[in-house]
Design a protein. Structure first.
Length: 216
């Protein structure tokens, strides 16, 4: 099947590229659900290449929700400044940390319903935390997953919500987490939103190039 061929090819071709932010966090700090959650929240509307440095600075001082709340908010803002939207993100990090302490005894919950109940945690973040921190089969649909899945011609959806539903129907459950990782790497390096590098793409031969008007 085409989707299995895509996974097989990209699994080999993406080894040489920088891994997505959460994979890097796991490599450096282990499967710490709290650090994974904080990394996800910091990465929103920010590039992984800058966010990983911010995470390292923050995690050198903070590794628990209690420690984050003990950190002066001005210091938190300064540390996360480079991720953008730092004032709002600082507020969200504090609110999320407080909720984890008060509602979940200081532990990041391991169900979608509980994660999504935390103000500031959306579906994409909840699914990524479930998959990466708890190995719960889930599909995190970010802009790369949504764009490339449609560009390949595997699905035809307008929203990320629709994409999640269709990918769960299309992919084997064992491949849900992997699909996000592979397409994020490919989207960051090859399959750009505008003028993708089709001449360098290892899966160009199975791609219908839906919506592609120019390429490199």
């Amino acid at each position: 099947m085409i989707r299995e061929e895509i996974i097989r090819i990209l699994a080999k071709k993406t080894v040489a590229y920088v891994q997505p932010l959460i994979n890097s966090i796991i490599d450096e700090y282990g499967k710490n659900p709290y650090l994974i959650l904080i990394g996800c929240l910091l990465s929103l509307r920010a590039k992984d290449i800058s966010t990983i440095h911010v995470c390292r600075d923050l995690f050198s001082r903070v590794k628990t929700p209690q420690e984050l709340l003990a950190l002066p908010e001005d210091d938190l803002r300064k540390i996360i400044f480079k991720t953008g939207f730092y004032q709002n993100k600082a507020r969200v990090l504090r609110e999320v940390s407080r909720t984890i302490i008060e509602a979940f005894d200081g532990r990041v919950p391991d169900t979608y319903e509980q994660l999504i109940s935390i103000k500031g945690v959306g579906p994409k973040t909840a699914n990524l935390v479930l998959g990466m921190a708890f190995d719960v089969p889930s599909i995190c649909v970010d802009t790369h997953v949504h764009r490339i899945s449609n560009r390949l011609g595997l699905i035809k959806t307008k929203t990320v919500e629709q994409t999640e539903v269709e990918l769960k129907r299309l992919l084997d459950k064992k491949d849900w987490i992997t699909w996000n990782k592979l397409l994020v790497i490919w989207g960051q390096n090859i399959c750009a939103p505008i003028s993708p590098k089709c001449s360098q793409c290892a899966i160009s031969h199975v791609c219908k190039k839906v919506g592609v008007t120019q390429s490199r």
